[in-house]
Design a protein around this ligand. Sequence first.
Ligand SMILES: O=P(O)(O)O[C@H]1O[C@H](CO)[C@@H](O)[C@H]1O
Length: 337
Amino acid sequence: MSCEIIVKNGNGENYSNGNGKIKDDKPNFFNEMNSSPPRTSSPCFSYFGENFTFEIIEDIKKYLFERTKIRPKIGIICGTGLGHLAENLTNVDSFPYEDIPNFPISTVSGHAGKMVFGYLNNVEVMCMQGRFHYYEGYPLSKCSMPVRVMKICGCTHLIATNAAGGLNPSYKVGDIMIVKDHINIMGFAGNSPLQGPNDPRFGPRFPPMDRAYDPHIVKIAKEVAKEMNMGNEIQTGVYTCVGGPNYETVAELKMLKLFGVDAVGMSTVHEVITARHCDMKVFAFSLITNMCYTDYDDNEEANHDEVVNIGLKRQDRITEFVTKVVTEINLDLNKKH
Ligand SMILES: O=P(O)(O)O[C@H]1O[C@H](CO)[C@@H](O)[C@H]1O
């Protein structure tokens, strides 16, 4: 059975994949789910929001590569208050998001909104100084679209960092939690960055998510932590992403704790799913910026200024940690070639 995609392009015009007749201007949910993706380099819209086609991602790469000579294998996403990392790059070429064609803009404090290419300890990297969140009004596919840009730019590895609330009572503010796994709560509710037509040039329709966080890089990171004497400040745990922007209720936190969640935030999971879909190796960690209390008698409340401030306080340590992990990943990459 041939299926037809009818979506609107950026100018509001009908767009069809040419597999049949246009019957009306409303996209058909089931047709879209079963069809090949639209091949276009102008943004088009579907039930799942803007469709960032392979061609659009290639155009973004073209824009960047015409302006930088850096050819990174490692992409880094800086979490809230962690953008300092990008300030440690040398020989930088920096692109404000508003200048990059088809890029969203960062609207959250603690996220500068720049794509920075440069060297971290002589290793070529590209670094998002600021990420996109669902609560900013962007669909998950748009939030994680830059991960595909990293992939098409040649990155084989993604390092995702975030600020998160600590649920595990043995954690303390300032700890770094290496993410060993995640629980995709937004996915339980039927929301995924991979919703909509699948383009096999990015990855398969049904990607596996076992070992989403590369066990070998986790091992490398633990060795780095040991070398840095991080003994009582490094943890390993399970992260979850809630939609935000409100922080969680006590009852929600109790539930997450029962689920086995160690740290809770509002990002990363959809980026990791997108990265694994296109076969990138992933390493992620959370900076524990506040503790999540599951007792109604506790008066502590999370607030974003505190989250940003803890990031600033821990920036030097985190920069050192990431630099060493990047250096080790690069040594590994060179061994393989
Ligand atoms: O996950 P990152 O972007 O580090 O930021 C975390 O901190 C913000 C809340 O204070 C939310 O955006 C949450 O996701």
